[in-house]
Design a protein around this ligand. Sequence first.
Ligand SMILES: Cc1ncc(COP(=O)(O)O)c(C=O)c1O
Length: 424
Amino acid sequence: MDSQTKNLLEKLSRYLPMCEIENASHIVRGGDGSWYTDVEGRRYLDFSSGIFTNSFGHGDAELARALTECFSTLANIHGRRWEGELEFCERLFRYLPGEDYRVVPFGDGGAYAVDRALAELYYRRGCETYRLAVFNQGFHGKTIAARTLLSHAETAFFLPSGIPAPYCYRCPCGKERASCQMECADLAISCMSRAKTEVFLMEPVLGSAVIAPPEGYWEELGRFCRSRGIALIADEVLVGGGRLGRYIVSQSFGLSPEVILLSKGLTNGLPQSLMLLKREIADHFLAQMMWHYSATYIWVPAMIALMTKVLEKIERESILENVLQRGVQLSNGLSEIQREYPERIGDVRGMGLMAAVEFVRDKRSRTPDYALGQAVFRQAEKNGLELIPGGHILRIGPPLNISEHDMALGINLLEKSIREVLYA
Ligand SMILES: Cc1ncc(COP(=O)(O)O)c(C=O)c1O
C-alpha cells in the first residue's frame, strides 16, 4: 500500500468503522466501463459491479445524461404522476407478456422491497399472520424483517420456516446430481406440507452462494404451490434485470409469482427497487387508500428516467445476448481453471454473468477452505481484479456489457491469482 492510500485511510479512520478501514487495500478515484482506477493510478478490472448493480459499468455518459437532464428540471414530485412514467412502464412490461401485473417502484434497495412484499401479502390476506417458507441458504437483505428470515424467528407478519436449497454440490439429500431423482424438490415439498406454508419467498436462483436449481425443480415446486394455493414472492433483486440473460427469471422457469421484486439491475448503481404485484393484489387497495403505496422516494422522475434509459440500452445494445455469450465464455474459463486445480476448487457454477468458485481443503471431504478463498480474493486485488468475497466462495459478477477481451483477461487474472496463492 502506497503512502497516499495509507494517508487517506488514516484520515478516514477518524470517521468510518474500523472494519471499513482495515478491509480497504486501495482507494478508488474514477472509473471507465469495466475498469476503475485507484488514487495511485493502478487499474482494476471490476468483476464485482458494485455487488451486481452496474450493468453498464462505470462512467456511462448516456445514463448520466438521462439522470441529470431530468433532475435539472424536476426533483421529487411525491404522489403525483409524471409523463415519463409511461415509457418506462411500456418498456418494462415488454418482459412480462401476457401477465397481469402492476408496478410500484421504491427509491430504496432490495430489502425494502422484500419488506413491502411481505406486508402486501399480509394486508391482502385480511391482516392475518401467515406461514412463510424461505430457503435456508437464501438472502433477502438486512432490514429487520429480512434478517428475521435468516434466523427463522417469528414476527407478527409471518411464521417463517426454512427449506434446504437445491445446492447440488452440497446436496441436502446426500445425492449426486448425475444419478439423483431430484429428491431436493420432494424435500422442499415435504417441508412446506409439514409447515402448512401459505407464502413462499424464494430466489429462483440463489445469489449468495450462486445456487441454480436442477432442471425441472421449479416446474415441480411451481405445480405443488399452485395446487396448494401457496403464493410466491420471487426475490429477483439480484438475478432479475438481465444478469442471467433474461430479464424476469421466475417466468423462464414457468412460474407466475404473485409478487416479483427487482432492484440491482435497474439503475446501474443507484438505490432503487420495484415490486411487480399481480393485479388482483395491487388493486385490492382502492382509490380512497391514497397513501397505501406511498414512500418518500417512490416514482422520483430522475430515477424513472434513468431506469428507462437502462431498459432502452438493454434492448438497443442486445445486452441479454451478450450476457448469454459472455456467460458461456466465463463458465468455460472457470471449468478449465477447476480442471487445473481439482483438489482445491470443489465446484464452479453459475448462470449468465453470475458465477461462483468454491474452494475446499480437498476434493473428497469438500471441507470449505475460507483461508484460501480470502487469500485468492486478496491476490486478485493485487493483480488488478475485483471479485466478490464470501468466505470459501468467491463470486464473479462483471458488468452485463463486458467485452470478450475483458472477460478473457479477467479469467486469466483469476487463474494467475489462484496459482500464485497455491504455489507461493
Ligand atoms: C436476493 C436479494 N434480495 C435482497 C437483497 C437486499 O438488497 P439491498 O442490499 O439493496 O437491501 C439482496 C442483496 O444482496 C439480494 O441479493
